[in-house]
Design a protein around this ligand. Structure first.
Ligand code: MSP
Length: 499
C-alpha cells in the first residue's frame, strides 16, 4: 500500500439540485477517506469533490431563471455544499470549474497539447445531443434520435478543434492489460477493454464555437471557441492539487490520484478519454477508477420527467444522517445497481441498527448500571472463558477483513465490511443470551459477571472504531456514553420504527 491516498468524486453538474445518486458517490468517498485517515494518518489523505459549472446544460438552466450562468452556479453550488455539510462529508477541498486555479490549468494543458500538435482544427459535421452534450457521427446513428437518451438530435456543421485520441488506442489497451487494478470492479474492466478491442477510437472534438456556446473556457489558441465540458471538467483532478510550471511540467504532491470514484454512466470519459489526455501531457494515469452502480426507483432510472427524484436531504431528515449513510453503503454491494425505497431503509433500520447495534449498546450499558453502579469493572480477562476467547479472535480478524475490503488492493466492498462488523455485534448479542448474566448476578458470581461485562465493552469499543468511517455520528455518540471507567448511558440509539 502506498503511503498517501488521494480520492476524488465526480464534479457534479450544477444545473439541478443534488439527488441520492450524487450523495451515494460522495458518501462512499467520505467513508474511504475516513477509513484511510485512520490507516495512513490525517495528513496523508486528500479527498476532493466539487462542481462542474460550464457547458450548455448550465447555460440553459440559467437562462430559464433569467440569471447569468455564474450567478446561477453560485446559487446551486450552495445546495451541494449544504448537503455535504448535513451528510458529514469530510472533504479536504471543493473545486468549482469556474475558479481561476482550474481555468488556468485547463488553458495551460490545452496550450501544451496544441504545441505538441496533439490538437488540430478541422471541419466538423455531425449530430449533436444537447442534454447529453454528445456528438454523434452518422455511422453511430440509426435515426435522428440520441442513442443514449432517445431525444431528437441537431445537425451541426462547423470548424472545431480535435484531440488526437485515436493515436493512443494501442497504448491504452496495453496499459489496461498490464494494470488489472486500473478499472474496477472486474466487470467494468472487461467492459472497457472489450470496447477498445472492438471499436476504433475517433479523435475527440474538444471545442464548441462561441456563437453556439459561450459558457466555457476559451481555447488559448482560438478565443472564438470554448472548451468542451468534459475536457474541461476532467482536468479538475489535476488542477485542484497542483499546477504546470513555466516549462510545462506539472508539479503536485498528490498526483496520481489513488482512486477516482464514479458512477457507471461516466466510465468511458474516465477510463478512455482521461488516461489518454494525461498520457499526452506526460502524466501518469490515476491508480484506480471504480465505477459503481445506480440507485433505481421501482427498478427505473430517477428523472425529473418521471417525477421520481429522491432528495437526500429529505431522507436524512426523516431517518437520520447515519441511517441514510448506513443504508446506502450496506444494502447493495458496491458496483451493482440497487433499488431505493423507504421500506428497505426501515427494514435495515429495525434489524441492523435497532435490534443488533442499538440493542447491544443499550443492554450492555444497562447491565453496567445495574450490576456495577455505572462503573466499568476492572478485571483481567483470562483465557478460561471460551466464548470470550472466540470473541477476541473475531475482533482480531475484523481489522484484516476491513483492510481487505476497504484498503487499496481491495474491491471497496462496503457492504461486506459492514457484514463483518455486524458478525461481531451478533456474536456479542448471542454471548449475552448464552451467558444469562441475570443468573450470574443471582448466584453472586461477581468475577464471571465482571469478565462478561468487560468482554462486551471491549466489543463495543472495537465496533465503534470500525463503524466510525461509515456512521461517524453514531460512533461519536457511543464514545460519549462509554468512558474509560464511568458510563453515561443515553437514550437507545435507534428506537424501532413501527410499521
Ligand atoms: N459533471 C459530470 C461529471 C464530471 S467528472 C469530471 C457528471 N455530473 S452529474 O451531476 O451528472 O453526476 C454524475 C455522477 O452522479 C455519476 O457518475 C454518479 O457518480 C452519480 N449518480 C447520478 N445518478 C446516479 C444514480 N441514480 N445512482 C447512483 N449514482 C448516480 O456526470
Amino acid at each position: 500500500m502506498g503511503n498517501k491516498f488521494y480520492i476524488t468524486t465526480p464534479l457534479y453538474y450544477v444545473n439541478a439540485s443534488p439527488h441520492i445518486g450524487h450523495s451515494y458517490t460522495t458518501i462512499a468517498a467520505d467513508c474511504l477517506a475516513r477509513y484511510m485517515r485512520k490507516v495512513l494518518g490525517e495528513e496523508n489523505v486528500w479527498f476532493l469533490t466539487g462542481t462542474d459549472e460550464h457547458g450548455q446544460k448550465i447555460q440553459r438552466a440559467a437562462q430559464e431563471l433569467k440569471l447569468n450562468p455564474q450567478e446561477f452556479a453560485d446559487k446551486t453550488v450552495l445546495q451541494f455544499r449544504d448537503l455535504w455539510k448535513t451528510l458529514n462529508i469530510s472533504y479536504n477541498d471543493f473545486i468549482r470549474t469556474t475558479e481561476d486555479r482550474h481555468v488556468n490549468t485547463v488553458s495551460k494543458a490545452l496550450e501544451i497539447l496544441f504545441e505538441k500538435k496533439q490538437i488540430y482544427s478541422a471541419e466538423y459535421e455531425g449530430w449533436y445531443c444537447t442534454p447529453c452534450e454528445t456528438f454523434w457521427t452518422q455511422a453511430q446513428l440509426e435515426d435522428q434520435f440520441c442513442p443514449d437518451c432517445k431525444r431528437p438530435l441537431e445537425k451541426i456543421s462547423e470548424t472545431n478543434y480535435f484531440f488526437k485520441l485515436s493515436q493512443y488506442q494501442d497504448w491504452l489497451i496495453s496499459y489496461i492489460r498490464a494494470n488489472p487494478g486500473f478499472i474496477k470492479p472486474a466487470s467494468r474492466y472487461e467492459e472497457v477493454l472489450r470496447f477498445l478491442e472492438l471499436n476504433k477510437l475517433t479523435d475527440l472534438c474538444i471545442s464548441r464555437p462561441k456563437e453556439r456556446l459561450n459558457w466555457g473556457i476559451p481555447l488559448p489558441f482560438s478565443p472564438e471557441h470554448v472548451t468542451y465540458v468534459w475536457f474541461d471538467a476532467l482536468i479538475n483532478y489535476i488542477s485542484a492539487v497542483g499546477s504546470f510550471d513555466k516549462n510545462g511540467k506539472y508539479i503536485s504532491k498528490w498526483w496520481p490520484a489513488d482512486l477516482h470514484l464514479i458512477g457507471k454512466d461516466i466510465l468511458r470519459q474516465h477510463a478512455v478519454y482521461w488516461p489518454i489526455m494525461l498520457h499526452a501531457l506526460d502524466l501518469e494515469p490515476p491508480k484506480t477508477i471504480f465505477a459503481h452502480g445506480w440507485w433505481l426507483i421501482d427498478e427505473a432510472k430517477m428523472s425529473k420527467s418521471r417525477g421520481n427524484v429522491v432528495s437526500p436531504i429529505e431522507m436524512a431528515d426523516k431517518f437520520g444522517v447515519d441511517v441514510y449513510r448506513y443504508f446506502l453503503l450496506r444494502d447493495v454491494p458496491f458496483g451493482l445497481d440497487g433499488n431505493f425505497s423507504e421500506e428497505a431503509i426501515i427494514k435495515r433500520f429495525n434489524s441492523d441498527l435497532a435490534n443488533d447495534l442499538g440493542n447491544l449498546v443499550y443492554r450492555t450499558l444497562t447491565m453496567v448500571e445495574k450490576y456495577f453502579s455505572g462503573r466499568i469493572p476492572e478485571v483481567n480477562i483470562t483465557a478460561k472463558d471460551n466464548q470470550a476467547k472466540v470473541i477476541g479472535l473475531k475482533m482480531e480478524q475484523l481489522d484484516v477483513k476491513l483492510g481487505c475490503n476497504l484498503g487499496l488492493s481491495g474491491d471497496y466492498n462496503f457492504s461486506a465490511s459492514l457484514e463483518g462488523i455486524w458478525e461481531l455485534i451478533n456474536i456479542a448479542n448471542k454471548y449475552v443470551e448464552d451467558t444469562k448474566p441475570w443468573n450470574l448476578a443471582k448466584e453472586n458470581k461477581t468475577e464471571e459477571l465482571k469478565v462478561f461485562i468487560k468482554v462486551l465493552v471491549g466489543v463495543i469499543n472495537k465496533v465503534t472504531q470500525a463503524i466510525s468511517p461509515f456512521i461517524p455520528e453514531t460512533a461519536a455518540s457511543i464514545r460519549g456514553q462509554i468512558g474509560d471507567r464511568e458510563i453515561k448511558k443515553g437514550k437507545p440509539l435507534f428506537p424501532r420504527i413501527d410499521t
